[in-house]
Design a protein. Sequence first.
Length: 359
Amino acid sequence: MILLGSTGSIGVNTLLIASRFNIKIEILVAGKNIDLLNEQIKKHSPKRVIIANAEDIHKVNHNNVTSGEESILEAIRNSDSNLVVNALVGFTGLKPTLEALKCGKKLALANKESLVAAGKFIDTKQIIPIDSEHFALWYLYDNTKSIDSLTVTASGGSFRDFPLKRLNNVTVAEALNHPNWSMGNKITIDSATMTNKLFELIEARWLFNTTKCDAVIESKSIIHALINYKDGSTTAHLANVSMQLPIAYAILDKVEEPILDKVDLLTIGNLEFKKIEIQRYPIWEFKDELLKNDNLGVVINSANDFAVQKFLTGSIKFLDIFKIANSAINNFHNIKLNTIDDIFLANKEINQYCKMVSL
């Protein structure tokens, strides 16, 4: 297995599943958490390690360490492994996605930005989604029935019950305090703004070839997705809060033993569903437009990535994330993308534009 993003939450859980089922790790790719990476190297003995920055190579306890994007792409091309787990964060995950698919490898995908930014140019036949929501849709999907629409659920994020008038002055620490999940910083902020769920709808649009996708808040994160049939019935997928189930299905040929504890309905008690309100999550205003316009995925992805990084460093306020995204979508509303190269050019142009947005 090639694991991209080994020190993030998906990467850590992937290695737990790998240990449990004796899956060999050929290549580990990590960022700046060298201490955790060294622990992973000691336990899993990969043949090769790739990190983000060359200046950290001397800190890594391995005799075959390189750095940078080109090293990742070259490693995918020349590896013996047929499975790539892409758990990289952000736009940097797109080129490895494209390379893995070009090489004919099976791709277990947790990098949302690949499909959000470039879904129109990606063949999803070799992709197995790791997101719990898309895994649940895949698990439920039944081609023998007439499917009407897809629904995924959202936790509501850090501010689902927060006073609206205080949203613009929340701290980074408050935004990172997710009620249900332990995730990386960016995805936790994206959950708080509901951008993460918007991205998941765009992903579902490409994975399941439909724009009839929506989301509701289910605060316990027990129901992960639902499929609505044309006969008026609906099926739901329930599982306890853990990423190990979708990871197991993505990287194993068969899952024949319990991965999670069974859902105890009596312990759960009531489940409550809420509408995603634009007043609390202004980004939701763009849902329908983003599902219908194939070219806007890269715009919202680039603008959001820029804005979230600015918020995490304290340079802008929480609601400024939406303001930057809104400005970018309005400015690039008529953008036309004809090739995959256009995606990379657009990403740079949008990033430059966001630097000039007046708040």
